[in-house]
Design a binder for this molecule. Structure first.
Ligand code: SF4
Length: 190
């Protein structure tokens, strides 16, 4: 379970990390190299992987997404250096996600976040194929009302984003610059 990811340490190999991520997602094989690199560097992609855990059809789409090729490295030397950096980064990222327990926010927070997104000018329909595939049918149910929408600022699929405790709205609240549009403390920038 989650321990497979939390056991990643800066001293581990890139192969160890791929093996554990594969096991965490319910696969019998390590996840592809480029998908692993992308998962560490692209949190929205990592969130989609976690959301599709134990769902082989959706995982297949994510793991073979052509955009993963952008994360390929060209030389052996680049690979060695970058993989060390990547593992260090992954150890920190997985630990943060682990602290959140890959849990979801409570219903009240979910409704507040969703209401904010529904009234926001940055709400939009998905354009990328991958975003379309990981969304689901619209509904009147709390947490599903923005099922087919993405955020124009961060590109995230909002039905997933609003559920994850460690996620944050990227826009400042129009009436209080210390908060984001969800009414939560804004992340400091610069
Ligand atoms: S995440 Fe924030 S900026 Fe994006 S649509 Fe929701 S409220 Fe608007």
């Amino acid at each position: 379970m989650i321990q497979e990811l939390l056991q990643i340490k800066p001293t581990d190999s890139f192969q160890d990390m791929r093996d554990r991520m594969g096991a965490f997602l319910g696969m019998n094989t390590p996840i592809p190299e480029n998908a692993m690199r992308r998962a560490v560097q692209d949190q929205d992609y990592a969130n989609n992987l976690i959301t599709c855990r134990n769902a082989p059809g959706f995982l297949e789409v994510l793991l073979t997404d052509p955009e993963n090729e952008q994360y390929a490295l060209n030389t052996v030397q680049d690979n060695e250096i970058s993989n060390v950096e990547l593992i260090q980064k992954a150890a920190g990222a997985f630990m943060r996600w682990g602290k959140a327990g890959f849990s979801v926010v409570d219903d009240t927070t979910l409704e507040i976040r969703e209401n904010a997104c529904m009234g926001c000018e940055n709400l939009s329909k998905p354009e990328k194929k991958l975003q379309k595939l990981v969304t689901s049918k619209p509904s009147e149910q709390i947490g599903k009302r923005i099922s087919d929408c993405v955020c124009k600022l961060c590109g995230c699929s909002l039905s997933k984003k609003i559920r994850i405790p460690t996620e944050s709205c990227p826009a400042r609240h129009p009436e209080n610059s210390n908060l984001n549009r969800w009414g939560e403390p804004a992340l400091k920038t610069g």
